[in-house]
Design a protein. Structure first.
Length: 149
């Protein structure tokens, strides 16, 4: 009995801290970091930033979820087995974290890299952009004063 009381005193604050860090990191990454960096950075810089942040974020998410699951107070991890209402959310969150870490994260990084290379190879040169036949300034100097559409 004394051991379970001491274990509960240790697990409860650790559980609260890990769950709070998990929730806070998810909300901060989802609603602040991605939105601000997408609107403030050019596409290539945003892609580079996300390639660096996503692996760290997914590993941290998995670690914090694991710590949160093993520090469930009162009976510790055994409480997860005994109560379905406790282990189902952890299973769903663990499955999605594992998919993000092992499947979607690497796939997303690969697609972002391919998109950068594709846009770089398809981008018109500076000369092509300046002297395009659709440019009003170019048409003016050619003597074909076309109205802007």
């Amino acid at each position: 009995m004394n051991l379970s009381v001491n274990l509960g005193r240790f697990l409860a604050p650790l559980h609260l801290l890990s769950f709070s860090a998990l929730l806070g990191a998810q909300l901060y990454q989802t609603f602040i970091v991605v939105k601000v960096s997408f609107s403030a950075l050019p596409r290539s810089a945003f892609t580079t930033l996300q390639k660096r942040l996503f692996p760290i974020y997914f590993r941290t998410q998995s670690l914090l979820l694991f710590i949160t699951a093993i520090t469930v107070p009162v009976q510790g991890p055994l409480a997860l087995v005994a109560n379905k209402a406790t282990w189902i959310p952890f299973t769903v969150a663990g499955a999605t974290a594992t998919l993000n870490l092992l499947v979607y994260g690497p796939r997303t990084r690969q697609l972002m890299t391919e998109r950068i290379h594709q846009s770089a190879s398809n981008a018109p040169s500076r000369k092509q952009r300046l002297f395009s036949a659709d440019m009003p300034l170019f048409n003016y100097y050619r003597g074909q004063r076309r109205e802007m559409r």
